[in-house]
Design a protein around this ligand. Sequence first.
Ligand code: GDP
Ligand code: CA
Length: 327
Amino acid sequence: MRIVALAGGIGGARFLRGLKNVIGPEDEITVIGNTGDDIHLFGLKVCPDLDTLMYTLGGGINEEQGWGRADETWSIKGEMKAYGVGPEWFGLGDRDFATHIVRTQMLAAGYPLSAVTEALCERWQPGVRLLPMSDDRVETHVRITTGDTSGSAAGSGTRAVHFQEYWVKLHAAVDAEAIIPVGADTAKPAPGVLEAIAAADVILLPPSNPVVSIGTVLAVPGIRQAVSSSPAPVVGLSPIVGGSPVRGMADKVLAAVGVETTAEAVALHYGSELLDGWLVDTADAASVAAVEAAGIACRAVPLLMSDAEATAAMARAALELAEQVRA
Ligand code: GDP
Ligand code: CA
């Protein structure tokens, strides 16, 4: 069976680790990773979601944090600070730096991001084929209004900030007014992306952020169309449980696109043209009927990835629902 998943960072990576544990030796997983979170820092190209996927599936992740390397040290960060060179708000550890140096070197030598990602994965052996959504630069920006709204003083007024600045520096403490995937309209899917979707037997949307992770992947021209026109069943898992994101700021970015923070509203936001099946948490069992009424097969199962077994059970439930909607 050929499984394709569109994924962001932590939610996607943890789910995919569970999925790997329930598939057979003949099954293959292709992951199309969000690159809208990518950022240039210290002259280096950082791809947070691709790295979270690669480290989590390859056994190098810091488990507690959910991002960055295990057993990390922070000498470079301290040295940069001693030079007064920031930003200080983005955590790049020494081990992690090596990944960004290799990536930046290869990009400068002319390799596309997809080839660089493949090369990095030769070390990590994530057990999936990891593709960036695009080799072209796409950068998610968030429109916010801070301080006095006259716009005169620096740092106040309405402006667009990089998604990482919104999330990591500002902790999503101000409302997001709009989400702009800059560059997405002219980006091309990376080599292999449309082919993988076309050849898929099952397409999964893990419990990743529906706006700034999966929404960004779907914003690359051709990808949404390929997923919605695929004969393979498309099944998603809700990242919203009991009216809140399990972690992160999905509520803020959902509000920015006019979607309520509920499992049901996220299903309807994806819509029945895209989704054939949707899993909600047992806490949201009351929304099953409304999702089904919208033409999307829906089941309520435990959706908290509290340990490996719980996550594996979610993956099994997603594959079962895919078989049911296929039939
Ligand atoms: P990011 O790029 O690191 O933000 O990660 P993703 O976009 O892949 O995933 C973020 C989403 O995962 C958030 O909206 C969370 O609500 C969701 N999430 C995290 N842990 C869990 C979990 O255990 N269960 C469910 N259902 N969702 C989760
Ligand atoms: Ca992300």
